[in-house]
Write a protein that binds this ligand. Sequence first.
Ligand code: KG4
Ligand code: ZN
Length: 341
Amino acid sequence: MAERNLILAFETSCDETSVAVIENGTKILSNIVATQIDSHQRFGGVVPEVASRHHIEWITRCIDQALEEASVGYSDLTAVAVTYGPGLVGSLLVGVTAAKVVAWAHQLPLIPVNHMAGHLYAARFVGAFKYPQMALLVSGGHTELVYMPREHEYKIIGETRDDAAGEAYDKIGRVLGVNYPAGKTIDEWAAQGHDTFHFPRAMEKEDNLDFSFSGLKSAFINTVHNADQRGEKLNKYDLAASFQQSVVDVLAEKTMRALTEYPVEQLILAGGVAANHGLRQRLDHDMRAYHPTVTMLQAPLKLCGDNAAMIGAAGYINYQHGDRAGWDLNAEPGLMFDRMK
Ligand code: KG4
Ligand code: ZN
């Protein structure tokens, strides 16, 4: 019988407490996600101290539930994988400590995982990875184009110079009175409006692979404030559609450019903002039009946001490549993307 490789994975980098059991890197036996969104909404964003306290309250319950739902015990496990950065230090520390305790108590290898590598591997649940590969990773904290010549080797070829795409969604959402995190609602509103405002597309035509979203955010906020001062009420659906069109135009344009500069077999779309319907449709269209021989895997909608299943999938690859953390593993809030272990 083939070996059954079971990884217990932890994700606590931001505001979701999540524990999963993953079989052979590709099968989700359980993926428990305890979200704290309600606790942060009244502050309009994640409050780090509140987040770490929630993680402490929930982490053991999540472990118990993950094992129970997967119908496995500690003795069945092969390894423990954990996000150790990037993220909020107090939040990361809860997951890192819990993972160390389980690994130490049950004498299991401890596998360090970069949160962004985790996002990428959410797409592994859709299909097999092919190399060379390109990924567009778009989340609340990061917006990056990553080139992977082979498995377990990552090179950032483009990134945001200011706000991340998700961060821009959350900030303009706040101006429209949408609760944090605003991305999903703005996406829904965008589908009901039209690009009537023609906001700027920063760096779209520049000869590089970087992004910038702060100018768009400012243009949006100025437009709304100016209208407020005139006592005018702008159509929120058109505002959302115009904002989204700018974001999607820039993301798609730079991704197509990256694929021309770095020929690959496959494109991966992942991260919280990968749930965006406008972005998914646009990439579907552009890939067929400009790079028809490159296959695309979009992370499943349910696994675009933070979750431990993706950490288990990435952890399995790290495990196979011999990555092991010592008991001195620490949280690294600013962990660089090219140290993707
Ligand atoms: O990856 P993620 O769960 O957390 C980070 O690692 O940052 O991403 C969360 C971000 C939030 O900014 C949220 O507003 C955004 O993803 N988001 C969306 C959508 N769903 C979530 N942005 C645009 N469209 C969506 N449908
Ligand atoms: Zn994330």
